[in-house]
Design a protein around this ligand. Structure first.
Ligand SMILES: [Zn+2]
Length: 284
């Protein structure tokens, strides 16, 4: 009898190993195909090779999105701020030791957009003191989702369009409201009638929903590793904080709440806390 005991143990171990292999193969996620766009508002794609199973990458100590391509080929994705200075920069890759990878941020010129707000909507250009108090409070709440870094990757392959409408406001536009310069456009605008369904462009988890002064009704989704998306000016949100969503699932409806001149969806993407052009995630 004694002789059989070790054999039984061995069988159990084998079963466990095959179960783990099965789990890991079904959980393999596709990488996001992204064109290297090392410009302000773009994404620098830094390729590297390693046999480490879980390499990490950092830019100024901020963790980056890292994806496995094939065999020993990996990529670090770095979102570059719209206001970033041009020139040579570097990231650190950590596997069995530290490695420095250099790259260069090149110039890109974004167009200007002039928007006129009339009547009641004028409050969004020169808010009252009471509104300013609300704006300051909300700024704190709204800064949190983009700081999120969850280690679990949820995005699986290229992003898809959240709505079908035409693009009415490109990413990065230098904006002027009633002639006054404001922050550049940190997302994409899609035209759409009020009530048009908004679909999750990738698998994710709902980080935050709420109604805010400038953004109106908003939803933030976490796609893992500092990749976060935001949907604003919604008529309604149909998801709750903490809920998991699948690519293509309806999360809300187009509206014109907050600082919007008409019904449209403003879609934003954050990578390493930085707003980047959403088109890049869709392989455009
Ligand atoms: Zn917008």
């Amino acid at each position: 009898m004694e002789k059989f005991i070790p054999r039984l143990k061995k069988l159990k171990t084998l079963k466990k190993i095959s179960l783990l292999l099965l789990l890991s193969s079904t959980m393999t996620l596709a990488s996001i195909p992204i064109k290297n766009t090392p410009v302000p508002g773009g994404i620098a794609v830094i390729d590297f090779k390693t046999n480490h199973s879980n390499p990490k990458a950092f830019y100024r100590k901020v963790p980056l999105y890292v994806q496995h391509i094939k065999n020993d080929h990996w990529q670090a994705l770095l979102g570059i701020p719209l206001m970033e200075k041009l020139g040579k920069k570097s990231i650190t890759v950590k596997d069995f030791s530290n490695h420095i990878f250099e790259f260069e941020i090149k110039k890109h010129t974004y167009e200007e957009q002039h928007i006129t707000l009339k009547g009641k909507k004028k409050k969004y250009v020169n808010p009252t003191d009471a509104h300013m108090q609300r704006i300051k409070k909300e700024r704190l709440i709204l800064s949190k989702p983009r700081m999120t870094f969850s280690t679990q990757t949820l995005a699986d392959g290229a992003f898809t369009r959240p709505v079908d409408g035409p693009t009415t406001g490109a990413f990065g536009l230098k904006r002027f409201y009633n002639g006054q310069a404001r922050r550049p456009h940190a997302g994409l605008d899609y035209a759409g009638n009020t009530g048009t369904a908004i679909k999750a462009p990738a698998n994710g988890k709902v980080l935050l929903t709420g109604r805010y002064f400038f953004n109106g009704n908003a939803i933030f989704l976490d796609h893992g590793q500092g990749l976060v998306s935001v949907y604003i000016h919604l008529d309604k949100h149909l998801v709750k904080q903490g809920q998991s969503v699948k690519q293509g699932e309806i999360i809300g409806m187009v509206g014109q709440t907050g600082r919007a001149t008409g019904p449209h969806l403003h879609w934003g993407i954050y990578l390493n806390r930085t707003a980047v052009n959403p088109n890049l995630l869709m392989g455009e």
